[in-house]
Design a protein around this ligand. Structure first.
Ligand SMILES: Cc1cc2nc3c(=O)[nH]c(=O)nc-3n(C[C@H](O)[C@H](O)[C@H](O)COP(=O)(O)O)c2cc1C
Length: 179
């Protein structure tokens, strides 16, 4: 079974998870960053990883997801919020919904990824520290707490969880292909 992992990563979290997934899918697995725009022809499984940008897949991954046809695809993502939150579920689904209906979805995974401290500083400058309906992005204590929680991720447990999901996909597909 030949697999390809294509990830989009700004600060390394999504890359790290992609590398763990590629380990599980080895030896017949290639890994590329989305900027390389790899040719996915001939792969049995296409894995796409994105970082969540304002509740959906980041722009580069979005473009790639929309371009895929007639493939077996698994999608994973990293985000700052809790992975079992409604926001995480919707964000992952928003990425999956970009796939053309000619594809078959083989699985999905999402975990937390630390947020670049530079982003926090920029948000503080732009939006201050007082959250309101009109000023949702302000850096209040709740946001700081969310950032603190995310700051250790992806951790060993996240990588182990990703590996589990993808080894199950591999086992299922290998079984179907009589490998
Ligand atoms: C511009 C920007 C927008 C983001 N939007 C969200 C968001 O809507 N929800 C969320 O949970 N995390 C959000 N994040 C956090 C990232 O998704 C998270 O840190 C991710 O793990 C980054 O992955 P990377 O290291 O592969 O770039 C955002 C980060 C940036 C820089």
């Amino acid at each position: 079974m030949k697999s390809i992992v294509v990830y989009s990563s700004l600060t390394g979290n999504t890359k790290m998870v992609g590398e763990a997934i590629a380990e599980v899918l080895a030896p017949n697995c290639d890994i590329y960053k989305v900027e390389d725009n790899p040719d996915i022809t001939g792969y049995d499984l296409v894995v796409v990883g994105f970082w969540v940008d304002k509740g959906t897949a980041d722009a580069k991954a979005s473009k790639f997801l929309k371009s895929i046809r007639n493939s077996k695809v698994a999608v994973y993502a990293t985000l700052g919020a809790e992975p079992d939150s409604e926001h995480a579920k919707t964000s992952l689904q928003n990425g999956i919904d970009m796939l053309d209906s000619s594809n078959e979805i083989m699985g999905r995974f999402i975990c937390q990824g630390k947020i670049d401290p530079k982003l926090l500083e920029a948000m503080k400058k732009m939006f201050g520290t007082k959250v309101s309906k009109e000023n949702f992005h302000a850096v209040d204590e709740k946001r700081l707490e969310r950032h603190r929680k995310a700051s250790t991720h992806p951790d060993e447990q996240d990588l182990a969880n990703a590996k589990k999901v993808f080894s199950e996909i591999k086992a299922k597909m290998s079984g179907e292909m009589n490998l």
